[in-house]
Design a protein around this ligand. Structure first.
Ligand code: FMN
Length: 182
C-alpha cells in the first residue's frame, strides 16, 4: 500500500483498462441503424450464453437498444482503430455511422454487423440494470461468428497474430503483446 496513491473515484475504471474495444451495432439495417465503440463489454454466463454491455443513456445506441431489444457486439482488427474511434466519438443522430463502417444485418437480429468485423455476436436483450448514467444490458447471444483466419474453435484468437485493439484512455490504444503459457 505504501507505494500507492489514492486516485479520483470518477476515474476508478481506468484501473481496469486496457480493455478490448468493440463496435456495438443497434437498430434495424435499412430503417434506423447505428454503430458505436464500446470497451465496457464482458462475457456473463455460458448457460444461457450471456454478454454484458454498459451503454450511456445519452447515446443513440441506448435509444435504439431500448426500442428494438437487440444489438450486436463486433470485433474489428487493430488496423481499424481510427474508425473504431470515429464511431466512438460521434453520435448517430448527427452522422450515419454505417457510412463509416459499411454493415449488413445479422442473420438472426436486424442490427448491423460491420463488413470489416472478424468476430460478431448477435444478441437479444435478456435483462438490464439501470445506473444513473448507463444501462447495463445482459444480452443473450443467439448467434456467434468468427473469421477463421484469426480465430480457431479450439485455440481461440491466434496467439501470434492477435489483432484485437485494447482501449486505454481517450485516443490511446494498446496492441496485444507477448503470449505466455503457464
Ligand atoms: C474505445 C472506446 C470505447 C468506448 N466504450 C464505451 C462503452 O463501453 N459504453 C458506452 O456507452 N460508450 C462507450 N464509448 C463512447 C461511445 O462510443 C460514444 O459516446 C459514441 O459517440 C456514442 O454514439 P451513439 O450516440 O451514436 O450511440 C467508447 C468510446 C471509445 C472511443
Amino acid at each position: 500500500m505504501v507505494a500507492m496513491v489514492s486516485i479520483d473515484l470518477e476515474k476508478f475504471y481506468l484501473l481496469l483498462h486496457p480493455r478490448p474495444a468493440y463496435v456495438i451495432g443497434s437498430g434495424v439495417v435499412g430503417k434506423e441503424a447505428n454503430l458505436m465503440a464500446a470497451s465496457w463489454v464482458t462475457p456473463l454466463a455460458e448457460e444461457p450464453p450471456l454478454v454484458g454491455l454498459s451503454v450511456d443513456v445519452e447515446s443513440r445506441t441506448y435509444e435504439l437498444i431500448s426500442k428494438y431489444s437487440e444489438f450486436t457486439v463486433n470485433v474489428l482488427p487493430f488496423e481499424k482503430i481510427d474508425l473504431i474511434y470515429e464511431v466512438g466519438s460521434k453520435h448517430g443522430w448527427d452522422v450515419d455511422k454505417l457510412a463509416i463502417l459499411p454493415s449488413d444485418p445479422g442473420e438472426v437480429v436486424k442490427a448491423p454487423i460491420p463488413r470489416s468485423a472478424i468476430g460478431a455476436l448477435e444478441c437479444r436483450v435478456y435483462g438490464s440494470i439501470e445506473a444513473e448514467d448507463v444501462v447495463f444490458y445482459a444480452g443473450r447471444v443467439v448467434k456467434a461468428w468468427s473469421d477463421p483466419e484469426y480465430f480457431h474453435m479450439k485455440k481461440g484468437w491466434s496467439i501470434h497474430n492477435n489483432p484485437i485493439p485494447l482501449h486505454n484512455w481517450g485516443r490511446g490504444f494498446f496492441r496485444v503483446g507477448k503470449f505466455h503459457r503457464v
